[in-house]
Design a protein. Structure first.
Length: 201
């Protein structure tokens, strides 16, 4: 490989050097993911700090995780992977993009500590599978069933989702509109999934 007429040798000669090279790549991937997570962590919650995203066309100031991830223009594959996770969360739920990036970064940071302590990758994958199963059990246990006839519970849920947004001060106006829109579009015969793109102001 040549950069500015300077030749760089990229050949990996021995199995040991291949292993070291592989470990360095893994470490770099973990650190990149944790860096993205830590960068967006401070924008989390109703008192989160705003981020300044500078692009060629504009300067954007926001604390919305989905907006930050969408306008960050990541080049590293691992950072793009986190962006895809946030995008999937946003398209499926419409909220929680910051939370899912922070959670992913925290899991990867904990996994990196385990790898440094000598835990093999196969064992780590097994541990994460157990963690996933136990997490599902806990979430199902603490979940509150949704009663569409309980308008106050739906209103409170909508207000909670709006608390971290710029328009949080208008949740008393927007939350009832959101609840009425969802109930209008909801059809018991078609299941519980609703296309959020059909709801517009």
């Amino acid at each position: 490989m040549t950069i500015n007429n300077v030749s760089l040798k990229t050949e990996v000669k021995s199995p040991l050097s291949k292993e070291i090279f592989s470990q360095n790549i893994q470490l770099s991937n973990f650190l990149i993911a944790k860096g993205v997570s830590d960068a967006i962590r401070t924008s989390f919650g109703p008192h989160g700090m705003d981020k300044v995203v500078v692009s060629d066309k504009e300067i954007l100031i926001t604390n919305d995780g989905a907006t930050i991830m969408k306008n960050a223009n990541f080049e590293h594959p691992i950072a793009k992977l986190l962006f895809n996770v946030a995008e999937s969360q946003d398209s499926e739920v419409g909220d929680g993009t910051t939370s899912v990036v922070i959670l992913s970064g925290s899991l990867l940071g904990a996994s990196l500590n385990l790898i440094r302590r000598g835990i093999s990758q196969s064992k780590l994958i097994q541990f994460l599978g157990v963690f996933l199963d136990e997490t599902k059990k806990i979430l199902i246990k603490i979940a509150i069933p949704v009663n569409l006839k309980n308008s106050n519970a739906l209103y409170n849920a909508a207000c909670t989702a709006l608390e971290s947004k710029v328009i949080s001060s208008y949740c008393h106006i927007l939350a009832p509109l959101a609840v009425k829109s969802i109930l209008y579009l909801f059809d018991k015969n078609q299941g519980s999934n609703i296309d959020l793109k059909r709801i517009r102001l």
